[in-house]
Write a protein that binds this ligand. Structure first.
Ligand code: SF4
Length: 211
């Protein structure tokens, strides 16, 4: 068992309920929520989408909104002007190029305005159960601290993790690492003394030596 798999097994015990933090009911809603989630918390996104999806649950209803109206509805979320512009343009691309459906390939998803590899991977794995390994800020930090990834970008870390774990573990590992990054291995003050990974983790072992 390699180190990444050992981390997977330990975190699975720590977080038996790890799952996607965004609330959604359809692939379309997940795409919109994931686009909204850049540089903000899932909680803030859910607060906004709870009302938004009641009134505008699908592509057709979203298409009735102007870019300014989308801005108004999502303005409690960070970088909302840019997000509103990308969502406005993405809605039209979905209608015109994809017959109103959310596409199911990485290439097609990434051809949508403002949709990068992370957002595309989230949609593939969450909405369609197609294996992918989205890397967000938590996963980038936690994997590099532990030493199971070294890549200098999220895409490189994603490639490394996909090589180290069998496909069927990618989805859950993604949620386990995010949950761990939010609760224990936080950006500013990781709680190494409480962490089940301390004997495996490069950063944690250094911390123990320095105490
Ligand atoms: S030992 Fe510390 S740095 Fe390593 S994963 Fe745990 S909390 Fe993060």
């Amino acid at each position: 068992m390699n180190k990444a798999e050992k981390v997977y097994e330990l975190l699975k015990i720590d977080y038996p309920d790890a799952k996607c933090g965004l609330n959604y009911e359809t692939p379309f809603q997940l795409l919109i929520s994931t686009m909204l989630s850049a540089q903000t918390t899932d909680k803030s996104v859910n607060n906004v989408t709870e009302e938004l999806y009641k009134e505008y649950p699908d592509l057709e209803s979203f298409l009735t909104l102007s870019q300014e109206e989308i801005e108004e509805k999502i303005k409690k979320i960070g970088i909302y002007k840019n997000k509103a512009k990308n969502i406005y343009n993405t809605l039209r691309e979905l209608k015109e190029r994809f017959k109103g459906e959310v596409p199911r390939t990485m290439e097609e998803l990434m051809s949508l305005p403002g949709v990068g590899r992370k957002t595309a991977s989230v949609v593939l794995v969450e909405a369609f159960n197609i294996p992918a390994f989205p890397v967000d800020t938590h996963i980038f930090r936690v994997t590099r601290r532990i030493g199971i990834a070294k890549g200098s970008t999220a895409d490189k870390v994603s490639d490394e993790m996909m090589k180290k774990l069998p496909k069927y573990k990618w989805h859950l590992m993604h949620h386990l690492l995010i949950t761990h990054g939010r609760s224990i291995c936080t950006a500013k003050s990781p709680k190494c003394e409480k962490c089940s990974l301390i004997t495996l983790c490069n950063y944690g072992k250094k911390m123990v030596r320095n105490i």
